[in-house]
Structures are given as structure tokens and as C-alpha cells.
Ligand binder design. Structure first.
Ligand SMILES: NC(=[NH2+])NCCC[C@H](N)C(=O)O
Length: 409
């Protein structure tokens, strides 16, 4: 049977991917809100859309089926009851204070067709758009222009979800700015005809008591995962994920919990480390200490009381060789490891490659040194436009969620 989700590696030929075209939500960023909404600058709208279309076309030309989150979400709400309960939950999670506000917003959105409604929820709702009874109540009087916030990070489809084997994690995200994103995913998985009732396993849901984001979740093989302990993913959530995978015949038997620095530039593991071929990885040198070491906790399925053993190691190269049965392995340094080039290109996601087949990667054109190094190592590098997309601090891996990859031979 063909599963709607089937991802057993980071590099198997990509067959189906989930994207989100940047919409009005990025036009609703302002200098006052961008930091809280996790942006470092305001993108030029027309160009960010063009660049994203170029990215999608690059994938299509390589034979990848491109699905759009916004379209799937709208198609999931055909049933009126489903639509109403989705709307209610979305509005409950949108930070509105009074019931009057909530009711007025639900009525406003409910009067639209499903495509418009999804677009509007994602874009955010300005105060002047909705007439609210009892407008004099204090909670609508401040200067803040939005009733519900825009969700400008939606084009980073990597994060609210992670496909693992024939299942997924629907993520409880760290910052309020992104938490509603995974409600779209949950709704699609439960109600879209392509996914509903197809036996997809949910390894963690968005109500899990610990946070995790897909940028930290790397599927190294059909038995091994790597998960970053990062600004966005807690060690506790990795333990919960390992437990769930080990107990439920997922096929996964090892999880590498990789500790990375907690800062803006390196918010997720995939901003500093990605797999690009059977035996090749990109790595940002700044995650290694002066001896070239870092903390890697190897979590293995076991027949003990915990159901697992946990061993602290510090040589990532040795650990990767062992768990992937490789005699040799290449770590390719971002920006050639240069003290200026590496941090500069990493900032614009020079380490954040999307592998679409073993040895074929999609990268941002601006990171020309890192791209050159990848080519020197024999990789096929497909460059995409990055003037505006990069302002959201995410690259090709962040902007894509593989749903189906071919198994490796
Ligand atoms: N997988 C990733 N590295 N995603 C990058 C997400 C960037 C986004 N602005 C955020 O801060 O959440």
C-alpha cells in the first residue's frame, strides 16, 4: 500500500513535498512586530513570492510533486462541522480576550469561502476589518493593529511537522508566534482525503507537554534519527519521541540527541548540520568546540525498565560512522570553515541544504562559497534565489516538508 507519508531518510529521491507560498502574512510584518514574529527584516513581497515560485519550479523540474499547505488546509474543511470546530479552536488559540471579539471574528471568517478564510487566518486580521459589539470594552482600545496576528513563518513548512517513517510528529512549537501553525497540519492529517484514515502514525501530537520543531528532526536512515537539543526542541521531548518510536514498531531503534548552541543563528539543528549524501554532511564549524568535539547522546532501544539506554559521546564523526555503518565519512564545512565566510553564510542558511536525491541538493545562490565547496566534494548543487526568502532566517530545508521519499537501495 502506498502511504501518504513515507520518509525513511534525509536523502532518498524526493517524490512529494509540502510547501507554503509566502502570502499576505509577510506583508503584515512591521519593525515593531518582526522580532516577536521571528523575522530579522521585512521582505519585498513581490520578490519573495517570485523566489518561492522559482524554488517550487526547481523541485517540479526534478520530478517532485509539490503540495501547498494553504490548499490542503482549505480542502480539509469541506464538512461544515469540521470547519466550525477548526475555526473555533483557531480563534481560541489566537489570543483574543473577550467572547464578543471571538464571536465577531468567527462570524467574519465564517462568511468567506474556505480558500479566502484560510488565507485571512494566515495573513492576520486587522482591528478595523471586523465590527465588534461593545467596542468600548477596554480590550480593543490599545494601539495594536491586529485582532489576530499574522503567521509569517508558515513558509517554513519544515517546523510544525516532521515526517518520520510512515508517521509524523505534529509539533508543539516553542514560540507563540508559531504555535498555531501545527493546527493546520493536525486538521489536514485528520480530515484531508489524501491523509485521513490512512493509518498515519502520530508519534507526538501538538498537545505533548514539551516542545519540538521539525528543523531539529533529521531522518538519517530507516532506523536512526538525529534530533537537535536546541532553542526550539527540549531534551524531554526527544525522550518522549524515542519512547514512542521504540514502543510502536516504527522501525526506529536509535536516536542521536545532538546538543547545539542556543542562539538565533542556530535555532534548529538543520541550520548547522544536514545530510547531503550517503556519507556526506554539511556542518557549521562553530558547533564544535576547540577540540572538534560536541555532545551527542546516543539513545538506543533496550529491554530494560526505561526501554532505552543513553550514552554520552562527543565525536560526531565516530558516532555517525557507527550508526550508519560507514567506514569513511565527510563533514563539509559551511563557508569552507573560514572565520568570516562561515558565520556569514551560515546566517543566510549556507548549511541548510535540502537533499532531493543522494548527492543532489538545493541551496541558496547567495552562499557561493559553501556552494563551491559542495561542488568540490562532488555534489550536484541546484541554486535557488534567496534575496528575500532568506530574510525569514531559513533556507531550502526549512522551506520544505518531504512527505514521500524513495527508499534508499
Ligand atoms: N528549520 C528551520 N531552520 N527553520 C527556520 C525557521 C525560521 C523562523 N523565522 C523561525 O524563527 O522560526
Amino acid at each position: 500500500m502506498a502511504y501518504p507519508i513515507h520518509v525513511k531518510s534525509e536523502i532518498g529521491k524526493l517524490k512529494t513535498v509540502l510547501l507554503k507560498r509566502p502570502g499576505r502574512e509577510v506583508e503584515n510584518l512591521t519593525p515593531d512586530t518582526m522580532e516577536r514574529l521571528l523575522f530579522d527584516d521585512i521582505p519585498f513581497f513581490e520578490n519573495i513570492q517570485k523566489e518561492h515560485d522559482y524554488f517550487a519550479d526547481t523541485l517540479r523540474k526534478e520530478g517532485v510533486e509539490v503540495l501547498y499547505l494553504e490548499k490542503l488546509a482549505a480542502e480539509s474543511l469541506v464538512n461544515e462541522e469540521v470547519k466550525q470546530s477548526f475555526l473555533k479552536q483557531m480563534i481560541d488559540e489566537s489570543g483574543l480576550i473577550s467572547d464578543y471579539q471571538k464571536q465577531a471574528v468567527i462570524e467574519y471568517l465564517g462568511s468567506m469561502n474556505n480558500d479566502q478564510m484560510i488565507e485571512k487566518i494566515m495573513a492576520g486580521i486587522r482591528k478595523h476589518e471586523v465590527e465588534i459589539p461593545h467596542q468600548t470594552c477596554l480590550d480593543t482600545l490599545d494601539d495594536y493593529p491586529f485582532l489576530t496576528d499574522p503567521m509569517p513563518n508558515l513558509y517554513f513548512t519544515r517546523d510544525p511537522i516532521a515526517s518520520i517513517g510512515n508517521g509524523l510528529t505534529v509539533n508543539r512549537m516553542t514560540f507563540a508566534a508559531r504555535q498555531r501553525e501545527s493546527l493546520f497540519i493536525e486538521t489536514i492529517m485528520n480530515y484531508h482525503p489524501r491523509f485521513a484514515d490512512s493509518g498515519i502514525q502520530v508519534w507526538l501530537d501538538r498537545y505533548t507537554g514539551a516542545h519540538i520543531e521539525g528543523g531539529d528532526e533529521l531522518v538519517l536512515s530507516d532506523t536512526v534519527l538525529a534530533v537537535g537539543i536546541s532553542q526550539r526542541t527540549s531534551a524531554h521531548s526527544i525522550k518522549l519521541l524515542a519512547e514512542k518510536l521504540f514502543k510502536n514498531n516504527s522501525g526506529y531503534e536509535k536516536v542521536l540527541a545532538i546538543k547545539i548552541p542556543n542562539n538565533r543563528a542556530m535555532m534548529h539543528l538543520d541550520t548547522v548540520f544536514t545530510m547531503v549524501d550517503y556519507d556526506k554532511f554539511t556542518i557549521h564549524p562553530a558547533i564544535l568546540d576547540s577540540d572538534g568535539k560536541m555532545d551527542v547522546y546516543v539513545i538506543e532501544k533496550a529491554n530494560n525498565e526505561l526501554g532505552m539506554t543513553i550514552t554520552l559521546r562527543n565525536n560526531i564523526e565516530d558516532v555517525l560512522k557507527e550508526v550508519l555503518n560507514l567506514s569513511e565519512l565527510v563533514l563539509i564545512p559551511t563557508g569552507r570553515g573560514d572565520a568570516i565566510v562561515a558565520p556569514r553564510e551560515q546566517w543566510n542558511d549556507g548549511s541548510n541544504t535540502l537533499a532531493i536525491a543522494p548527492g543532489t541538493v538545493v541551496t541558496y545562490d547567495r552562499n557561493y562559497v559553501s556552494n563551491e565547496v559542495l561542488r568540490e566534494y562532488g555534489l550536484r548543487v541546484l541554486e535557488v534565489l534567496s534575496g528575500e526568502l532568506s530574510r525569514g532566517r531559513g533556507g531550502p530545508r526549512c522551506m520544505s516538508q518531504p512527505l514521500v521519499r524513495e527508499d534508499l537501495k
